[in-house]
Design a protein around this ligand. Structure first.
Ligand SMILES: Cc1cc2nc3c(=O)[nH]c(=O)nc-3n(C[C@H](O)[C@H](O)[C@H](O)COP(=O)(O)OP(=O)(O)OC[C@H]3O[C@@H](n4cnc5c(N)ncnc54)[C@H](O)[C@@H]3O)c2cc1C
Length: 322
């Protein structure tokens, strides 16, 4: 016998927790399959960081990522949401009720909110994940302000790298390190960065490892020149990776419409209502919120905002079926 639910939320970052809070307050008793590791820890990407200074409501230095996520979860539980720290391993959205598996356990739900987020692409250097937020960063908007009047390295050669490098010059000097001479970035973005006097360029360099201070925080990279083979230390106060993100959508391949980059398509483009922005996916009754469908903003507050939208969309969709 499969376990029946009106609504299941997959993922417990700011999007999933906000969706859980709203659907719980609407009396829908959501079950949150909060994740366990496949696509990041329960609590999502903010569990990997220290201070969050840009989530409204926390002045005087902000709040730590794990503390913010613990509060979000508790607030949803207070209104009746149930959380299980497990990974969803398979879904079937081909017919109602939707079927969701956690290993061999099958659950069914009338409506589903997907909030499985995305993860930053890393270089693949041993122990790299443990250095995130310890001098190694994956989001300039989030962490640039920690580097006022400091020197930063941005690794990458695409539009994101150009955008992040340009943005970071508000705080300090930036050295763009790229493994080739050619850039994937668009001409406009590249030229804008090239005209910026606070950006220097270190090309044909392949990072080999991170340089670390005595306290273990990152202070640059050791890299090899792809033309000469020479190995050098490139020092900085912090390193920003800008080599892309991977949405956690493997689970939904062949079931939901996706953009070429793997992010879920939502709203009118997925077949949802045309009159207003919304979180409908290409399967009616399945909604998506947060970074899993947002390759533009990727912030905790926008994830929470779309989590709220998904909860309201789902609640109204369920009510219309009654
Ligand atoms: C180091 C770092 C620092 C950041 N700092 C800031 C900041 O200062 N301010 C800011 O606004 N933003 C910051 N961000 C960005 C912010 O964390 C994200 O925009 C936000 O967390 C996205 O929320 P989300 O709910 O969409 O997804 P996520 O937070 O990515 O959560 C995804 C959830 O889905 C779960 N999941 C994935 N796969 C499965 C599965 N198969 N089954 C079940 N669950 C699954 C995961 O376990 C997780 O619970 C930072 C990100 C990083 C990495």
């Amino acid at each position: 016998m499969s376990e029946k639910h009106r609504i299941i939320v997959i993922g417990s970052g700011p999007a999933g927790d906000t969706a859980a809070l709203y659907t719980a307050r609407a009396g829908l008793k959501p079950l949150v399959l909060a994740g366990f590791g496949a696509g990041g820890p329960p609590g999502g990407q903010l569990m990997l960081t220290t201070e969050i200074e840009n989530f409204p409501g926390f002045p005087n230095g902000g709040i730590s990522g794990p503390e913010l996520m613990a509060r979000m979860r508790q607030q949803a539980i207070d209104f009746g949401a149930e959380f299980r720290d497990v990974d969803v391993t398979r879904v079937d959205f081909s017919k109602q009720p939707f079927r969701i598996w956690v290993d061999d356990n099958e659950l069914v739900a009338e409506a589903v909110i997907i909030s499985t987020g995305a993860r930053s692409r890393l270089l693949g250097i041993d122990g790299e994940e443990k250095l995130i937020a310890r001098g190694l960063h994956t989001c300039a908007t989030c962490d640039g302000a920690f580097y006022r009047n400091k020197k930063m390295i941005v690794i990458g050669g695409g539009d994101t790298a150009m955008e992040e490098a340009s943005f970071l010059t508000r705080f300090g000097d930036v050295n763009v390190v790229h493994r080739r001479e050619e850039f994937r970035a668009s001409k406009t973005m590249l030229e804008r960065a090239q005209k910026n006097p606070k950006i220097t360029w270190t090309l044909n360099e392949q990072p080999l490892e991170y340089l670390k201070r005595d306290n273990g925080t990152v202070c640059g990279i050791k890299s090899r020149n792809t033309k000469t083979g020479e190995v050098t230390d490139i020092k900085s106060d912090g390193v920003f990776l800008a080599i892309g993100h991977i949405p956690n959508t493997d689970l939904f391949k062949g079931q939901l419409k996706m953009h070429d980059n793997g992010y879920l398509v939502t709203g009118a483009a997925a077949g949802g209502p045309k009159e207003h922005p919304n979180t409908y996916t290409s399967v009616e009754g399945v909604f998506a919120a947060g970074d899993v469908q947002d390759h533009t903003y990727r912030q905790a507050i926008t994830a929470a905002g779309t989590g709220c939208m998904a909860a309201i969309d789902a609640e109204r969709w369920l009510a219309a079926r009654e």
